[in-house]
Design a protein around this ligand. Sequence first.
Ligand SMILES: [Zn+2]
Length: 194
Amino acid sequence: MTGAGGGDRLSKEKMRLLVDGDLPAHDVKQLIHAKDKDPDRFWTYLEILQERVPWSNKILLRISEHLYIVRKEPEGRIVKCDCGHEFGDYRVNWKLSSEIFVRRSREALDEIYTTGIAPDPAIVEVREYYCPGCHAQLGVEVAPHGYPPVFEALPDLDGLYRDWLGAPLPDESPNWYQDRSTSVTKNWAGQDRD
Ligand SMILES: [Zn+2]
């Protein structure tokens, strides 16, 4: 699209508000339903995110409020918190290298379920995941005892960049889109045996 200078500025400004959660509901609706979506929107979005973090690794995707998949050499694609803490290979569930607080008792659950409708601690537990760098809460999940940490975000980055954005990543490889979490938990199991 050409000649949309003013429009582009407006859309970046609006997106800035959207990223902050400050865009009025009416505008959010308008952006979602807009017929001629700005094809550069994703790049603008990445630009805004990049301007806000204190480090310079290139952001490939934001996966939660604080976490990003970024490019870093020599590792390639890693998960990084906005504070700068690095969780390593993005194919390994970042939760495995976070600080974890587990609520297993009725008392511990009642601290967060204040309405009186709490899950049964005999069946499930609540796991809270925190960043070892800035201690921000990165995630919460309710799961049966012994159930592995839920891997919420293993995006097909090559598919996204190649097929949807038309800009394949330079390090494209079929090896990226694989869950490698068990490589870490297998090591733990080995350590337990020793
Ligand atoms: Zn952090």
